[in-house]
Design a binder for this molecule. Structure first.
Ligand code: COA
Length: 141
């Protein structure tokens, strides 16, 4: 397994990460493409690869004293195999190395149980993003 971090939007790793996100969020879940790549250049992007093929991806948006995890996507054929947990752990590890101890995630309702299992706590009122209900969740690491 290979973990690749990049903020180079011309890199092959980023292209694989974006391809996966498009297949999950735009094609599978119907998100808007413009929204999908919004704020992209300000983020750290991560992909986990096996035998050269991408398994999962996410991005971190640094904020003042915390980080926002976004675009958490696991390839459809490898879900429920622990890669989501592995990805979030890797992203948390990255934050710790930068001295960031607080994580926020805008969780779609369908993925809320996943974040609860990983120790995240909901806060605030649920809201709509696109046509899907979302909840903010947080964790101090
Ligand atoms: C949600 C998602 C990231 C989960 O990744 P995954 O690799 O399937 O999750 P894991 O196998 O690491 O699961 C970890 C734990 O969470 C649970 N879990 C996974 N998805 C869940 C869900 N949607 N609801 C409730 N629990 C879930 C698993 O059962 C497992 O629990 P266990 O430790 O008791 O066995 C993945 O399904 C995905 O990419 N979905 C489409 C995109 C998406 O919705 N992203 C999140 C946007 S906020």
């Amino acid at each position: 397994m290979q973990v690749i971090w990049t903020n180079d939007l011309d890199s092959d790793a980023y292209k694989a990460i974006l391809d996966l996100r498009i297949s999950v969020f735009v094609k599978e879940l119907g998100s808007d493409m413009a929204l999908e790549v919004e704020g992209e250049s300000a983020c750290e992007h991560v992909g986990i690869f096996k035998d050269g093929k991408i398994l999962c991806a996410g991005r971190i948006t640094p904020q003042k004293k915390k980080c926002l995890f976004q675009r958490i996507a696991i390839r459809r054929d490898v879900r429920c195999m622990g890669y989501g947990r592995l990805l979030i752990r890797e992203m948390e590890r990255c934050c710790v190395t930068k001295g960031i101890r607080r994580i926020d995630i805008c969780a779609s309702e369908s993925a809320l149980g996943f974040y609860l299992k990983l120790g995240y706590t909901p806060y605030g009122e649920p809201f709509m993003r696109g046509d899907k209900p979302h909840h903010m969740v947080e964790k101090n690491i």
